[in-house]
Unconditional design. Structure first.
Length: 405
């Protein structure tokens, strides 16, 4: 057996008593807590960014294709589903699906209140399965093949303002010349916790907007484009623009809701600084504790030198000791971080205020590459730090160290 490794095992915290055992446990605990917090920080950050991004993309798509116009109005200029883009988009393999929409400004009247809203008309190509997770009460719209069902979905915010419930019939007044109205039934109430949508959007039928605007059956206000890999959304724009008609424009949701995505990017910096400080403290503690262990074992070092042991052999003793602490710290830290992540992901034990955080509980994202990079980074930095205190061993004088007390 390797002599340095054998001695390192003999002075490990299992077989050392008193002060040495306490110091070993502090070192392991410091490293484990730092690693666990780092893992959880990135899991929560990734989950938060993923949840908010999915809500925005679920409502708007990753891109919107609209008719080019100089107007800044909420309502879009119509274009045909027989356009070049609507026909040729299937040639692009990264597109998952597209769905048609149109917006129209309106007023909705409750029993005692009137609220300004923006009706988003959807068609049969709308992804109802994806939207159902935001549905709190009632059901999705039933969109007939011909005609309209005169049904709407209200956000919980608007429903509370107007004291409306599922099954209520209300009147919507549309802003146009001459003004027109429709009596509709509230069949569902949704909630995304995003102010941009909950405070003004009402889900209605695309055919209703076509009828009000005098559009033909093949005309829409725009197309929402969903891609298969949202993480590469910035790279797809040139290919999409290549197949677009000259009078259409491409709008990225990241640009349309710039304040939301800039805020999510800012969170990256906060987490990096936070995790960096934690890692620095944990690694600094590791080096300091190894210094203490060397000082406590000064007499042993002197005896080994007096017996002919080389500095290199003695350094290996404390290096193996540090590796033992590192291994145990990584094992416990990963168990704590991943265990807590599993509990939060499955049981949602930590709630959040939706008004402030746009979600009802702390989200968790499972990102294996990030998990391995954190472990690798902590391992490399700690291993590097281990070499600093063991260099002190070469300066230890055997005679003085044996007398050291």
């Amino acid at each position: 057996m390797n002599l340095s490794y054998f001695i390192a095992k003999r002075i490990s915290f299992k077989k050392a008593g008193g002060f040495s055992a306490t110091i070993h446990k502090i070192a392991v605990g410091s490293l484990a807590i730092g690693l666990a917090i780092s893992i959880l920080s990135f899991m929560v950050l990734g989950g938060f960014q993923q949840t908010v991004s999915d809500k925005v993309y679920g409502f708007t798509g990753h891109y919107q294709v609209q008719r080019f116009t100089m107007s800044n109005a909420f309502e879009e200029a119509p274009f045909s589903l027989n356009s070049e883009f609507a026909v040729e988009y299937k040639q692009l393999p990264f597109i998952d699906r597209i769905q048609s929409f149109a917006h129209k400004a309106a007023l909705i009247k409750g029993e005692n209140e009137v609220e300004g809203i923006l009706v988003k008309g959807i068609g049969n190509d709308f992804d109802t399965l994806n939207f159902k997770k935001y549905l709190k009460e009632g059901r999705m719209l039933r969109i007939p093949e011909e005609g309209t069902s005169n049904e709407i979905l209200l956000s919980k915010v608007i429903a509370n303002k107007l004291f409306l419930e599922v099954g209520d019939r209300v009147i919507m007044y549309f802003v146009q010349d001459p003004p027109r109205y429709r009596r509709v039934e509230v069949v569902g109430i949704f909630e995304t916790y995003l102010e941009n949508f909950d405070e003004k959007i009402v889900i209605g039928e695309l055919q209703t907007i076509r009828n009000l605007n005098g559009w033909t059956e093949d005309q829409v206000g725009g197309l929402e484009v969903f891609v298969e890999n949202p993480k590469k959304v910035d790279t797809y724009a040139p290919e999409l623009e290549n197949i677009m008609d000259f009078d259409l424009k491409l709008i990225a949701s990241k640009d349309k809701f710039l304040e939301i995505f800039d805020w999510l990017k800012l969170l990256d910096t906060n987490v990096y600084v936070f995790v960096g400080l934690i890692a620095f403290v944990a690694i600094f503690n590791m080096g300091a504790i190894l210094f203490i262990l060397i000082m406590e074992r000064t007499q042993m070092i002197g005896l080994l030198k007096a017996m002919g042991a080389a500095n290199k052999q003695i350094r290996r003793i404390f290096f193996w000791n540090g590796v033992n602490i590192l291994f145990r710290g990584l094992l416990i830290g990963n168990a704590i971080g991943l265990g807590f992540g599993i509990l939060q992901d499955q049981f949602k034990i930590i709630p959040l205020d939706p008004a402030s955080y746009y979600m009802a509980y702390v989200p968790i994202e499972w990102n294996l590459p990030v998990f391995f990079l954190i472990n690798l980074g902590i391992t490399l930095l700690t291993a590097l730090v281990l070499f600093i205190p063991v260099m002190v061993i070469s300066r230890v004088d055997p005679i003085k160290s044996i007398r050291f007390d």
